[in-house]
Design a protein around this ligand. Structure first.
Ligand code: F6P
Length: 542
């Protein structure tokens, strides 16, 4: 198989890049008054504007040829048909089935019945908690739900619960603990009554050290002798381990092996969210994702939102050499979206070899980062305007209500996107300085410091409001974007062997922290020696 970067389609894109490079976005807009309509796509109420990306219609045509050459259509079919596209674990990646309204098959078995059964059980639990029917061991209604999980067993439901906070029942506290740092558990439960608290132990493997440590802390916090079954449920693929912990099967929700952790918020991993917003709203979120799925699997490449987002990302990363992607939701409630997308994108495509074990030969997942706008403007936008790095940006903009503050928020998003593209040439800077009363000589001296080159690429995802459906569609959009990019690069987007290595190192170091044994590199050995010295010092003081 021809290496990706030697394919005719890749080489044509590289040639096109060189041709396009001298043209500024301002020129591209001036040359084509229809640029916005040509380079934006809609699905329902979601508008995806990518006209401020450094592309032309020809760029997209060449990218589409690359996608075809890389077998995207066949990949999408295999994914939807439950084939083991997670090639190193021989598993399907069928998270679309979690929000399905129709059968999906894994190894010939329709998984929809088990999906629907889980949704029924989720509804029962959420309704019982929200109605006060679910009581703790002491007979008091459960009023607090605390999710114990990390990574995909935390980031999705945590992000969505914050994002959809306005749909939440204020009478139910839904909180999340992920870190093994005991400070998170302590601060989360500090104001809660154990008698009214239910813990959701979310762990696909039921083997993640942070989650098990927090589960033990929760047991201790509930008090010895507390009936675990009244204060714990588990979401896991390891029912035996859950039972060994003390959680009966009837209090366990299965997490199928064909669902990857970072793709699991649509499953019972979404229980905390369902408890917060209710199962009707949760199923609205599923419906929004389903609509994106149907679009993704049916729309031609030229009108396919996830494919367009994915291909533009490939262009920015592999042809314009962007090393990061900033995701900036202009929405306080969506503030956790970048953190969620970090796992989705960087754990999926932070890979260096193909399914065949060969080096990919080009850059893969970017460093994804970001924070809510408009706050980010006062933290890092300076680098966008006058730094030395190309940093593509996804602006995510729920328009919301017509209050003055909300309108100002939205105006800031559009203004940043436009200003970063447009820039400020030196002549304009000089005029601005003169107009502000600066003497000519000073204006001449300062002008270079005010110049903004512009030409910073961005996309804008505009939606009328942050509803459950809108959020479902947005997340599914990014999930499919990640899968398409993995297909183009030829990597497995659904395993995470690197992270397992890190976990193994932690398991090796932890027991030897104090004993001093172990064959470590000089840095780790030196750090451990200092920790031991400080801890011995503390013990001597006490
Ligand atoms: O980060 C590694 C990882 O395995 C993720 O893929 C997963 O979402 C997370 O740890 C938690 O794993 P589990 O749900 O098995 O506790």
């Amino acid at each position: 198989m021809t290496p990706l970067t030697q394919t005719p389609e890749w080489l044509a894109l590289a040639k096109h890049r060189d041709t396009l490079a001298p043209r500024h976005l301002n020129d591209l807009f001036a040359a084509d008054p229809q640029r916005f309509s040509r380079l934006s796509l809609r699905l329902g109420e979601l508008l995806f504007d990518f006209s401020k990306q450094r592309i032309t219609a020809e760029t997209l045509q060449l990218l589409a040829k690359l996608a075809e050459a890389r077998g995207l259509a066949g990949f999408m079919r295999r994914m939807a048909n439950g084939k083991p596209i997670n090639s190193t674990e021989n598993r399907a990646a069928l998270h679309v089935a979690l929000r399905a309204g129709r059968p999906y098959r894994v190894n010939g078995t329709d998984v929809l019945p088990q999906v629907l059964d889980t949704r029924v059980r989720m509804r029962e639990l959420a309704n019982d908690i929200r109605s006060g029917a679910r009581c703790g061991a002491g007979g008091q209604p459960i009023r607090n739900v605390v999710n114990l999980g990390i990574g995909g067993s935390d980031l999705g439901p945590r992000m969505a619960t914050q994002a959809l906070g306005e749909y939440a029942d204020p009478g139910i506290k839904v909180r999340f603990v992920a870190n093994i740092d005991p400070a998170e558990f302590a601060s989360t439960v500090r104001d809660l009554d154990p008698a009214e608290t239910l813990f959701i132990l979310s762990s696909k493997t039921f083997g993640t050290q942070e989650t098990l440590a927090n589960a033990r802390a929760a047991k201790a916090w509930l008090g010895a002798g507390t009936d675990i079954d009244r204060h714990f449920v588990a979401v896991t693929n390891n029912l035996a381990a859950a039972e060994a912990f003390g959680i009966a099967r009837g209090n366990c929700f299965a997490l199928p092996e064909w669902v990857g952790g970072r793709f699991s918020m649509w499953s019972a991993i979404g229980l905390p969210l369902a408890c917060a917003i209710g199962m009707d709203a949760f199923e609205d979120m599923l419906a929004g994702a389903r609509k994106m799925d149907e679009h993704f699997l049916a729309a031609p490449l030229s009108a396919n939102l996830p494919a367009a987002m994915a291909l533009i990302g490939i262009w920015n990363i592999d042809f314009l050499n962007a090393e990061s992607l900033a995701v900036i939701p202009y929405s306080h409630r969506l503030g956790l979206l970048p953190a969620y997308l970090q796992q989705l994108e960087m754990e999926s495509n932070g890979k260096r070899v193909t399914h065949e074990g060969e080096p990919v030969g080009c850059a893969t997942a970017p460093v994804l980062w970001g924070m809510a706008g408009s706050v980010g403007q006062h933290a890092f936008h300076q680098l966008f305007y006058q730094g030395t790095r190309l940093t593509p940006i996804d602006f995510v903009v729920p328009v919301g209500d017509a209050s003055p503050e909300q309108e100002a928020l939205v105006a800031n998003a559009l203004a940043q996107s436009a200003a970063l593209m447009r820039g400020k040439p030196e002549e304009e800077a000089r005029r601005q300085l003169l107009a502000s009363g600066r003497p000519a000589a000073e204006a001449q001296r300062l002008a270079p410091h005010l110049v903004c080159p512009g030409n910073q690429p961005s996309s804008t995802l505009l939606m009328p409001a942050l509803t459950p459906r809108a959020l479902g569609g947005l997340i599914a959009l990014y999930e499919h974007k990640v899968a398409v990019q993995g297909c183009i690069w030829g990597v497995n987007s659904f395993d995470q062997w690197g992270v397992e290595h890190g976990k193994q190192m932690a398991r090796e170091i932890l027991p030897k922290m104090l004993s001093g044994e172990g064959d470590f590199d000089a840095s780790t050995a030196g750090l451990l020696a200092n920790i031991r010295k400080w801890q011995e010092g503390k013990r001597n003081e006490s």
